[in-house]
Design a protein around this ligand. Structure first.
Ligand SMILES: [Zn+2]
Length: 250
């Protein structure tokens, strides 16, 4: 028996179709479930239902991997300074972000923490997309999410120290899904901290790439009458060359 080469579509073709498919899946899903869509699109889990039961940290890690493949090691982001209003350009180091998430989980269970309190042990479970989808329908989503993910000993009295330890465990389990970025404002000198939602950043990036592809298809279809599939099947270099011809820039 001889090994046979598997016939595969050229990388640029897979990539153009994959971008449009991922864009459609992300933008037709509620924001809270987009991380589960990314996990499914990358083949990490079999279907969206299973992905909804995976930890948010896993969805965020999958979104970060996808973002790094599409954007390279650094992503340009902007923050508004809450003190003086200046807009700050903040290059986000995606590799450092991935490394920090990885080291946080290297030596501990990514699904559960057990926190010892004076009156017993509190079990804290990693929140999932299903937990968030359930919580956002309640009047107090943050409290509802905590109640779903924390199991306290019956009749336990709680101290501020207990609450702080449990909150730290919950933050740790949320991992990359609760990442932040810090910068110093050149206008007023204040430190500015902002949440980093990697699934949102990925959605923005994929939307931008899909719009560019669709605009290329529309322009070449209008000029030459070619079909969408014919335009997407071209290498990016050839597509660019035809666009330059249409715009008389070549
Ligand atoms: Zn400022």
């Amino acid at each position: 028996m001889h090994a046979r080469a598997v016939e595969a579509a050229p990388a640029h073709l897979t990539s153009a179709h994959a971008t449009l498919t991922l864009w459609e899946a992300l933008t037709s899903t509620v924001p809270a479930a987009r991380g589960a869509v990314v996990l499914t699109a990358r083949g990490t889990v079999a279907d969206v239902a299973s992905a909804c039961d995976a930890p948010l940290a896993a969805s965020a890690a999958a979104a970060l991997d996808e973002l790094r493949e599409r954007s390279g090691p650094t992503l340009a982001t902007v923050l508004g300074c809450p003190t003086c209003g200046q807009v700050l350009d903040v290059p986000l180091d995606l590799r450092a972000l991935a490394d920090s998430a990885q080291s946080a989980h290297d030596e501990s269970d990514p699904l559960e923490r057990r926190v010892a309190c004076a009156s017993g042990e509190v079990v804290v479970r990693a929140p999932t997309t299903s937990d968030v989808l359930d919580a956002i329908t309640s009047s107090d989503p943050a409290r509802h999410l905590r109640e779903r993910c924390e199991t306290w000993p019956p009749g336990a009295g709680t101290t501020d120290d207990d609450l702080a330890q449990v909150a730290r465990a919950a933050d740790d389990l949320t991992g990359l899904a609760a990442a932040t970025v810090r910068a110093s404002c050149p206008g007023c000198g204040q430190d500015v901290t902002a949440d980093v939602d990697v699934v949102d950043l990925l959605t923005d990036q994929v939307t931008e790439q899909a719009r560019t592809l669709l605009a290329d298809v529309a322009e070449l279809a209008a000029a030459y009458g070619w079909s969408q599939d014919a335009v997407l099947a071209m290498t990016p270099v050839r597509r660019r060359a035809y666009l330059d011809l249409v715009r008389a820039e070549w």
